[in-house]
Each structure stands twice: as structure tokens, then as C-alpha cells.
Design a protein around this ligand. Structure first.
Ligand code: GAR
Length: 208
């Protein structure tokens, strides 16, 4: 059984997709043991509570400096002993010590086709604003392992989504979630839980 901890910051629709995946059997061999948020008001924490899953808030605001927060966050993760940490709309940079403690055991969903529209400053709705500003006709989502860089780890899966002429950042965000994110993230967890992926030389391969 793959024990996962999910980290969230806001609405938690990706968390919901994972919960639904486990409930309906599309995600197997997986136990969601805790949800961690940097934001006490996150709707995602409510979703966890409704599922009887422990929700924990660790906010950088409650710590004297970033280093102290980083230590507390990493300690909390380690205390939970997850096999996999899932960043499902977690808008805080993962501390290097957490990456070192969980090598190739942290995954993230990003709402674009990496390497487009990613890195520092590209998160949430901003990603879709930038995509529309640039006028791309195709965007999408990416699930990747997390390393020390920002959105730079080995790519697990990507799915393309068409941009429509009258899209707003909000309508595009919704379509990318519906057509890509809510499918890709549960699928990646199921693949990892069932030993279907390997990582070597910074590349992810699917076992045949
Ligand atoms: C999602 O679109 C996710 O891809 C994005 O934040 C949103 C969270 O929505 N993550 C990033 O931008 C990470 N760089 P949700 O709380 O409804 O799942």
C-alpha cells in the first residue's frame, strides 16, 4: 500500500480528484494519510475533514523566518512517513531538505506543458493569464517529480488542451483542470502505487 501525503494551498479540486479516484477504485493500492496546507482557510482542508483525513496547517507566517518554516514543514512530512508526497496545488516552494529527504518521492501537478509557462512566478491562474497573453493555441498540464529546481524535475505525464478564442484565464483554467489535471494526477499516483514507473538519468520510463 502506497502511503501518500497531499499538500495543498487553496480550493483542492485536485485533492478531490485523488479522493474520488481512491473511492471509485481508479487509484488502487493507495492510502491518503494526511493533508498539509500552508493556508488555514483552504477549502482543501474542509475536503480532507469531510473524508475523515487529518488536515494540518503549517503556514510560513507562523514562523520567524523561512528557514524555521522549512525545518518545521520537513519535520512534519518526515513524521508522517509517506511513501509519496503529492503537491496538488501547493503554492509554496518545497524546501531543499524535504527534496533531499524524499528523492523522487515528491510529485507536483503544474497547469501548463512544461517547459512553457513554469518556474518562479508561474502558479495558479497566473499561468493561464500568461498563456493567453502569449496567444498559444495549445496548453495543458504536467505531472513531474520534484527536485531542487522550480518545475524542473523529471516529467511523468503531460496532456494537451486546446485554447479557445473567447477564453478567459478562468475558463482556460477550468478546461485544463477538467481535461488534464484531474485525470493526470490520480493516474500518476496509481502508476507509482502499482510500480509502473521507473526513473533513471533524470527520465521517467513506463515499465512494459
Ligand atoms: C491547479 O491548477 C494546479 O495545477 C496549480 O494550482 C491549482 C490548484 O487548484 N498548481 C500550480 O500552479 C503549481 N505551480 P486546486 O487547489 O483546485 O487543486
Amino acid at each position: 500500500m502506497l502511503r501518500i501525503v497531499v499538500c495543498v494551498s487553496g480550493s483542492g479540486t485536485n485533492l478531490q480528484a485523488i479522493l474520488d479516484g481512491i473511492d471509485t477504485g481508479r487509484v488502487t493500492n493507495t492510502e491518503l494519510t494526511a493533508v498539509i496546507s500552508n493556508n488555514a482557510g483552504a477549502k482543501a482542508l474542509k475536503r480532507a475533514e469531510e473524508h475523515g483525513i487529518p488536515g494540518i496547517c503549517i503556514s510560513p507566517r507562523e514562523y520567524a523566518d523561512r528557514e524555521t518554516f522549512n525545518r518545521a514543514f520537513t519535520e512534519e512530512l518526515c513524521r508522517r512517513k509517506p511513501d509519496l508526497v503529492v503537491l496538488a496545488g501547493f503554492l509554496v516552494k518545497i524546501p531543499e531538505q524535504a527534496v533531499a529527504a524524499f528523492p523522487n518521492r515528491i510529485i507536483n501537478i503544474h497547469p501548463s506543458l512544461i517547459p512553457s509557462f513554469c518556474g518562479v512566478g508561474y502558479y495558479g491562474l497566473k499561468v493561464h493569464e500568461k498563456a493567453l497573453e502569449r496567444g498559444v493555441r495549445v496548453t495543458g498540464a504536467t505531472v513531474h517529480f520534484v527536485n531542487e529546481g522550480m518545475d524542473e524535475g523529471p516529467i511523468i505525464a503531460q496532456k494537451a488542451v486546446y485554447v479557445e478564442d473567447n477564453d478567459t484565464p478562468e475558463s482556460l483554467q477550468r478546461r485544463v483542470m477538467e481535461q488534464a489535471e484531474w485525470i493526470l494526477l490520480p493516474q500518476a499516483i496509481d502508476d507509482i502505487a502499482n510500480g509502473r514507473l521507473t526513473v533513471a538519468d533524470g527520465k521517467v520510463r513506463r515499465k512494459v
